[in-house]
Ligand binder design. Structure first.
Ligand SMILES: [Zn+2]
Length: 411
């Protein structure tokens, strides 16, 4: 090779490495967003800024109009809490020493009266300084492929597909920042909406949609927040084993909760909890890309059916029937929210210092009884737990394989 060819060959190689692919492809999007280069997309970091840039370029590629405050970006600033109970205050005027976060907002303006918000958070845990469930000594990047590169990529896929359709409503796509720190991006957006809040018809949220399993279990929450949801969710479902858990706003809550509290109907899509949740092992090689495409097909059908219908009426969940009980104690486990074969199945033991670890419960154990309370499902488990106080002693019964074991439990 002569030098000139050699040189251009190197430039070619260089451009391949640096070239980011903006064409529509769910797998590419997940892989880019969950790459080590983005260092876990923690709110306010350079890695998160790279992710925001990528999402804005993708919006641009799809010809979405910019609907942030500065082009596609909606920047916001805040100081981190000094304790977990403190409320975070946004302050875009005094920005020195503040955390600088940004939502990324794109718009399909069909000239309609109503706007549908389609959102997913794109931030994650960085190196796991906060909210990590990994207790190893080595400091590792938490790539958050399922949480929530998957939802962000699904949102981008929906943007691509809805941009090509003739629809009556407008569609606003928001990649939220600050979700992991307490739904900050969605909170900020609703305090400073870039479309008229009264015109928002309903909101679709996607948080962890990359682990569709062999049983095709898909959780949709919020179905009760508008009358027509149930009918449309069921009518278009051809292949999912649908599970609805909790009330519209309760556990598993993500950015849709912020909209729900503003009396906006919401639907949240979720393929379920797993043992890599909030750990460095939540990587792209465990993502079911075909599953994400299937969910995208399903959501497009739902959206198309809702598109011409007049503005939905918001229905607040019945607080008494579905309200999540308050807990004073915990076992230190992560429940498998999609398990519905009786009892509460443990998907991970999350803390070394909590009762479950102390009595030797393990992943896969099914809690069937606590004290006098038979546990039939998740809600029953939560109700039972809410009856106990710190210091209480009781007996817990679990199913392990085909054996029933009982342990003395010390809360
Ligand atoms: Zn999430």
């Amino acid at each position: 090779m002569n030098n000139l060819i050699k040189l251009s060959f190197f430039f070619f190689l260089f451009s391949c490495v640096e070239n980011v692919d903006y064409t529509n492809n769910i797998k590419n999007d997940v892989m880019y967003l969950s790459d080590d280069k983005l260092e876990g997309r923690k709110t306010g970091t350079d890695g998160e800024k790279l992710a925001a840039k990528f999402i804005s370029e993708r919006f641009k590629y799809l010809n979405l109009s910019a609907k942030g405050t500065e082009n596609y970006y909606q920047d916001f600033y805040f100081s981190n809490r000094s304790n977990p109970h403190q409320e975070i205050v946004f302050d875009n005027k005094n920005i020195d020493n503040k955390i600088h976060a940004r939502n990324v907002v794109g718009f399909i303006d069909n000239g309609g009266e109503n706007t549908v918000v389609i959102g997913a958070h794109y931030d994650h845990l960085g190196y796991g300084e906060e909210s990590s469930l990994y207790y190893g000594d080595e400091v590792l990047i938490h790539n958050g492929a399922d949480d929530n590169a998957s939802g962000t990529s699904l949102m981008l896929d929906l943007a691509n597909r809805l941009a090509m359709k003739e629809l009556v409503s407008n569609y606003l796509f928001i990649a939220f920042s600050g979700e992991e720190m307490g739904l900050l991006g969605s909170n900020y957006f609703l305090k400073n909406p870039t479309v008229k809040k009264e015109e928002i018809n309903y909101m679709i949220n996607m948080d962890m949609v990359g682990r569709l399993n062999e049983e095709n279990k898909l959780s949709v929450s919020g179905i009760g927040s508008a009358k027509i949801f149930k009918q449309i969710i069921n009518a278009n479902n051809v292949e999912f084993n649908l599970v609805e858990f909790g009330s519209s706003s309760s556990f598993g809550s993500s950015d849709h909760a912020s909209f729900y509290y503003e009396d906006i109907p919401v639907l949240n899509f979720f393929t379920g909890q797993h043992e890599d949740y909030h750990k460095p092992s939540d990587d792209y090689d465990k993502i079911n890309f075909t599953g994400i495409t299937k969910i995208s097909d399903y959501i497009v059908d739902i959206i198309e059916e809702l598109d011409p219908i007049e503005k939905l009426n918001f229905i607040k969940a019945e607080e008494s029937k579905n309200a999540t009980p308050r807990f004073k104690v915990g076992l230190g486990v992560m429940p498998d929210y999609l398990y519905d074969e009786g009892g509460m199945r443990i998907s991970a033991v999350t803390s070394k210092d909590k009762p479950a670890a102390k009595i030797g419960l393990i992943k896969g154990d099914i809690v069937v009884k606590i004290g006098n309370y038979e546990i039939i499902d998740m809600m029953g488990y939560m109700k039972a737990l809410s009856e106990f106080n710190i210091g209480d002693k009781t007996i817990i019964e679990i199913k392990r394989g085909d054996k029933i074991l009982s342990f003395e439990l010390n809360f």
